[in-house]
Design a protein around this ligand. Structure first.
Ligand code: AMP
Length: 208
């Protein structure tokens, strides 16, 4: 089964994917995660991708499609359940995806815009164990320090407020056509994510 998660940055696609992965054995593909790893290299392409990400824009479709295709080719032969998070972001990517796999369900994760700003700009991550905190909702016991291994928490560069505003604009411009595209295929399901357990419960009910 292949499911897609649409939604604004900070809507909770990553958290939902993690639960699907850990509790329900889905394989998780996040293009954002892949790109964040790629930009750590000291190559010219890494520098180019980094500057695009830090401007809140999208990586070009050819690069993105190629990365997703390689990941999917390896997995789809094994008949695994896969959750794609952050891809497709536009109709061009959606068309490309439809040529390589059959998508079963598309969940649009919806959250209020102000809530999103707090979720993203408040997010802090442990660089060692990858635990995620939030300075508003899920504080570590000691400010700025990971509860599990004592590492100093960091803020993702693309979670800074000015970048988030641009990422949100990019999302608004591209998401509506994508929603229409999947509505027409009758595989579109909006999920209000005010509460993570409830959102997962709804998704579970739909996929059975
Ligand atoms: P995300 O964590 O999904 O919000 O992605 C972080 C950043 O990675 C985005 O702001 C884009 O610059 C890039 N990115 C992630 N997924 C895609 C995609 N499907 N197409 C183009 N760029 C992407």
């Amino acid at each position: 089964m292949i499911i897609l998660l649409l939604g604004a940055p900070g809507a909770g696609k990553g958290s939902i994917s993690n639960i699907l992965k850990e509790k329900y054995h889905f394989f998780h593909i996040s293009t954002g995660e892949i790109f964040r790893k790629v930009i750590n290299a000291s190559t010219d392409i890494a520098k180019k991708l980094k500057s695009i990400m830090l401007s809140g824009g999208l990586i070009d479709d050819d690069t993105t499609n190629e990365i997703v295709k390689n990941e999917l080719m390896e997995l789809s032969n094994k008949n695994l359940n896969i959750v794609l998070d952050g891809y497709p972001r536009n109709i061009n990517q959606a068309n490309f995806l439809s040529k390589i796999v059959k998508v079963d369900y598309v969940f649009d994760i919806l959250v209020d815009e102000q809530e999103i700003m707090k979720r993203i700009t408040g997010r802090r991550t442990c660089p060692v164990c990858k635990s995620i905190y939030n300075i508003y909702y899920h504080k570590p016991q000691k400010e700025g320090v990971c509860d599990y291994d004592g590492s100093l928490l960091v803020q993702r560069n693309d979670d800074k407020e000015d970048v988030v505003v641009e990422r949100f604009k990019t999302y608004l411009a591209l998401n509506t056509p994508l929603v229409e595209y999947y509505k027409q295929q009758k595989i579109y399901y909006p999920i209000v994510n005010e509460n993570l357990d409830k959102a997962i419960g709804e998704i579970k009910k739909i996929i059975g």
